[in-house]
Design a protein around this ligand. Structure first.
Ligand code: CTP
Ligand code: MG
Length: 166
């Protein structure tokens, strides 16, 4: 089970770091679709790139020290980490895209925020893993994330990094 948690480190770092690394130009360049922003001010280019790089870097360091059994080689583990990190930011942006289409403001609470990023991250990493996405492991991944995501947001808010506690 520790291996399953370690596997998700790139996704968790990628998801949590944009709050500190983000800022600057929005990823959607301010463009609107049917009167609503495509993604909104909460998704920035720096947050996307910084989150992906931070998550991938964390995963590459993990791959040196902690080889996971779901990967055929260290290179596969590094590629998997990069895809988890990239998938996390793509999924995070997809979540915002859906929120804007539903007319929800940037920063509003939205339960699917807790797991949409994980679905996309796991899908991106799929080609690099072996025998990982069993029903047990998937329940573990989503269960853990639905606990940790709100906890991380609450702590980031208390630490003064995030305006809202979700
Ligand atoms: N952030 C960023 N770039 C990203 C993702 C996040 O700069 N690609 C930063 C923004 O400052 C954002 C904060 O991290 O406000 C928190 O991220 P998140 O909760 O994902 O965004 P929200 O502001 O809640 O916006 P949305 O409703 O679109 O999710
Ligand atoms: Mg939010």
């Amino acid at each position: 089970m520790l291996d399953l948690l370690v596997f998700l480190i790139p996704a968790y770092i990628a998801n949590s770091s944009p709050v500190v690394l983000g800022g600057g130009a929005p990823l959607d360049f301010g463009i609107k679709l049917n009167g609503k922003r495509i993604l909104g001010e909460g998704k920035t280019i720096r947050g996307f790139a910084g989150g992906t790089l931070a998550g991938a870097t964390a995963g590459i360091i993990v791959a040196w020290f902690y080889p996971l059994p779901f990967f055929a080689s260290m290179e596969q583990q590094m590629a998997g980490a990069l895809m988890l990190a990239l998938g996390t930011l793509v999924g995070d942006s997809l979540g915002s895209f859906l929120k804007r289409r539903l007319g929800m403001e940037s920063g509003s609470p939205f339960f699917p925020d807790t797991f949409i990023f994980l679905i996309v991250a796991l899908a991106f990493a799929w080609p690099f893993v072996q025998d990982l996405y069993s029903p047990f492991n998937l329940v573990f991944f989503f269960g853990l994330t639905i606990i940790l995501h709100p906890a991380a947001n609450f702590l980031a808010n208390r630490a003064g990094l995030k305006k809202v506690p979700w």
